[in-house]
Design a binder for this molecule. Structure first.
Ligand SMILES: [Zn+2]
Length: 417
């Protein structure tokens, strides 16, 4: 063995404008604990310190080149350490499965104060095509399905409502103009695609007039979707009343309010926009995105391109949900596994009370661990580690993990095998 199988890492946090301010941001608070790394104005690496004047959106854990993690104490790029010790740390199963030695997944902590861009992440074929044509905007040939696990109350728009719930809304006076001229007897996915395309392409004044028209209606006009009326002013103030995201999200998409511990799965080509809360997100290794709303018009991709790849799954609120299941590799039963239907990763969530013990069996691939809350003693790879709240760790394949919680521990672990 040439290197320890357990390596503490330091991460960094980016500053998209939808992030939470200063120390209100959980992503920033977690990043400050290790501490993570930052860069000064001259591009020199410094310790991460929270600046109350900045909004902090996402802490990234892993080896994506835009915001990589570095080893503690050596300060090496984690991917370089994995590459140099691929057999020991990544293992042949995972190297063969993906044909490379890069970490196939990217976990993040997100702190959301207002709507993220309305987006989808294109499938593998389109990603490869876009990457070839425009590598500076589409940095990966890979798809990017993702999961989001709530750490607090979490509001999100995800997938489409059931058609029978969209149809009556589209018959409201302000919205009829987005329907096709030739109407089919039944509102179907093709009509939905037409509606979304028309909303995304509408002129600013048409959107503003529609939003205003909807605002003037009685709450009861929206049937069971009374939240539409409540959210119009909030979304219009976050961006602008000319933003097409307001109409697409409120009229056609599921609005979900999750509690801590609940999760979502977003497939490739799935429409989504997160609205508020703190979450753990994990995705396949890629950064490709098509944005169409809840962002300045200059940042929007073409409505036709967006609609050409849009999938109609999920098509109800329930279909969006990703639920934790019993994890066979847990000795105490206090770890759940979240298994999205994809090959790049699964996620474990361990919740221990004061003094609880847990043993997690070795997996045949690499893991990234985050002590989200609380602390523990961890024994792994023949050594003992103090796992403080907010610390982040890389664990090589084939390593059993024993945890001894102090005053309780919540840990999120992304892994693949
Ligand atoms: Zn996304």
């Amino acid at each position: 063995m040439t290197v320890d199988s357990v390596i503490q890492i330091k991460c960094s946090c980016n500053q998209y404008p939808w992030g939470k301010q200063g120390s209100e941001s959980l992503a920033a608070r977690i990043c400050a604990k290790t501490p993570g790394w930052d860069e000064d104005d001259k591009g020199n690496k410094t310790d991460f310190k929270i600046d109350e004047n900045k909004a902090y959106s996402e802490m990234w854990m892993g080896t994506y080149p835009e915001l990589p993690s570095y080893t503690i104490p050596d300060g090496k790029d984690l991917q370089d350490v994995i590459d140099e010790n691929a057999d020991q740390l990544l293992g042949q199963t995972v190297a063969k499965k993906f044909g490379h030695t890069k970490l196939p997944y990217l976990p993040k902590v997100l702190s959301i104060s207002k709507a993220l861009p309305l987006q989808l992440h294109p499938n593998k074929d389109l990603s490869a095509e876009l990457h070839k044509k425009d590598p500076s905007n589409f940095t990966d040939p890979n798809h990017k399905p993702e999961i989001a696990l709530a750490l607090s109350k979490f509001e999100a728009f995800c997938g489409f409502k059931e058609l029978q719930d969209i149809e009556p809304l589209m018959n409201l006076d302000p919205l009829k103009k987005f329907l096709p001229d030739v109407k089919k007897p039944k509102f179907d996915d093709q009509m939905l695609k037409h509606v979304v395309n028309q909303m995304l392409k509408a002129e600013d004044d048409v959107i503003a007039e529609t939003v205003e028209g909807l605002r003037k209606l009685d709450t009861s006009s929206f049937g069971k979707d009374t939240y539409i009326h409540e959210l119009i002013p909030r979304l219009a103030s976050q961006y602008d009343k000319t933003d097409p995201g307001i109409l697409v999200a409120l009229i056609t998409m599921n609005y979900l309010v999750l509690e801590a511990g609940e999760g979502l799965f977003i497939p490739a080509d799935g429409i989504h926009a997160y609205l508020s809360g703190d979450i753990i997100e994990c995705m396949a290794r890629s950064n490709n995105v098509l944005n169409t709303g809840f962002c300045p018009s200059g940042d929007r991709n073409s409505a036709d391109l967006f609609c050409s790849v849009l999938t109609f799954s999920p098509h109800s609120a329930e279909e969006c949900m990703l639920r934790g299941e019993k994890y066979e590799g847990s000795s105490s039963g206090k770890t759940l596994v979240y298994k999205p239907p994809l090959s790049e990763f699964d996620m474990l969530v361990t919740d221990l009370g004061k003094g609880d013990k847990e043993t997690l069996k070795a997996v045949e691939g690499p893991s990234i661990l985050l002590a989200t809350k609380g602390s523990a003693t961890m024994r792994a790879g023949g050594k003992t580690y103090d796992v403080g709240e907010g610390t982040t760790w890389f664990v090589g394949q084939g390593t059993e993990i024993e945890l001894d919680s102090k005053d309780g521990l919540q840990m999120h672990i992304a892994y693949v095998e």
